[in-house]
Ligand binder design. Structure first.
Ligand SMILES: C[S@@+](CC[C@H](N)C(=O)[O-])C[C@H]1O[C@@H](n2cnc3c(N)ncnc32)[C@H](O)[C@@H]1O
Length: 324
């Protein structure tokens, strides 16, 4: 099935790639403030030991390091869960590991990313042999040959395997495309990169069952979220300088997430709060973002940012969590 949603716009929205009927859920226990531990099973539910799914991709702006600080800002109870800037899904997996029963809709504008999640969810047994092959063949020449391939010329499974391979072997797990949408990140310097962890991928596949995955613009959430639902937004950060903001390319060649996009997001947030949704937003601590959300509750959390465009953004920086 053709998957490209690079031309997703707020007007057009995106196509639904898979869908399951959302169900409401009974009152949930709060999220234990335990963070995401690298253990294979979770003792968080009395009497049940379930495998914990952890992010299987490296993702710029990934919230894996921030879960302990974020979790107190999530409501104790909610109906369905929506995450319109999915990335590596670290927050979804964290919630899923701690609250196994809720319907979730996971959205991202990056068509290759969503295809990858779909293949892990729907055909992991088909994907694993391809990943083993990538693991065996990894070398500098092989990396650049793989990078040259056009995703549109590949089948969905092959496209997903290539995406995971490039993500795990490229410089810093960065996702960057040129104006024609071609992935252009150089190889990273990892002597023996681990492309995948089969046990974790099985846990991830399990955690994705029953979810709705959408390749769409973030505003698509307005068509679905109702009173009592939780929406978590983690957009590309606003930076006052030329920070890292590019994740997905549109058909028009646009790769940035502008101040205008942040303003539109704030209006979407206000609309969702107005209709009774619970909303949590992450962003960088800048004057612009503070002004934009001056009507909302703004909390400061410390974060470690791993990637920006010139590497100078490493180290401890403050982030904002906005709730409503
Ligand atoms: C900061 S990352 C999210 C990181 C994620 N929370 C995690 O823990 O890995 C932002 C994501 O937003 C997606 N994105 C960028 N522009 C978008 C848009 N207009 N609509 C929906 N998703 C978008 C990017 O593809 C990227 O995956």
């Amino acid at each position: 099935m053709e998957q490209d949603c690079g031309s997703v716009t707020p007007e057009r929205g995106g196509r639904i790639l898979t869908q399951t009927a959302p169900s409401s859920l009974e009152d949930q226990a709060g999220i234990p403030n335990t963070g995401q531990r690298k253990t294979a099973t979770s003792p968080t539910l009395p009497g049940i030991s379930v495998k914990r799914a952890l992010p299987f991709l490296k993702w710029a702006g990934g919230k894996g390091q921030l879960l302990d600080q974020l979790s107190p800002h999530f409501p104790k109870a909610f109906n369905r869960y929506f995450e319109p800037f999915l990335g590596s899904a670290s927050v979804y997996f964290f919630l899923r590991n701690n609250r196994p029963q809720f319907a979730a809709t996971l959205i991202d504008a990056n068509a290759d990313l969503i295809n990858c999640f779909e293949m892990v969810k729907e055909d992991l047994d088909g994907l694993l042999p391809l990943l083993r092959n990538y693991q065996r063949r990894h070398a500098e020449n092989f990396y650049y040959k793989t990078r040259e391939q056009k995703p549109a010329s590949l089948g969905r499974l092959e496209r997903a395997a290539r995406f995971i391979y490039l993500n795990k072997t490229c410089y810093n797990g960065l996702y960057r495309v040129n104006k024609s949408g071609a992935f252009n990140v150089p190889i990273g310097s990892y002597p023996k990169p681990k492309i995948f962890d089969e046990d974790n991928l099985r846990a991830v596949s399990e955690a994705l069952q029953g979810t709705t995955l959408l390749c769409a613009h973030f505003s698509k959430v307005l068509a679905y979220a109702h009173k009592g639902d939780l929406v978590y937004f983690d957009p590309p950060y606003f930076t006052e300088t030329n920070g890292f903001t590019s994740y997905a390319v549109s058909a028009s060649g646009r790769t940035d997430f502008t101040a205008g996009d942040h303003k539109m997001l704030e209006r979407n947030v206000a609309d969702l709060i107005e209709r009774g949704c619970k909303v949590v937003v992450s962003n960088s601590d800048t004057q612009f973002i503070r002004r934009l959300y001056k009507q909302s509750k703004v909390h400061v959390v410390a974060a470690r940012r791993y990637i920006n465009c010139n590497g100078s953004g490493r180290g401890r920086v403050e982030e904002l969590v906005i709730t409503g």
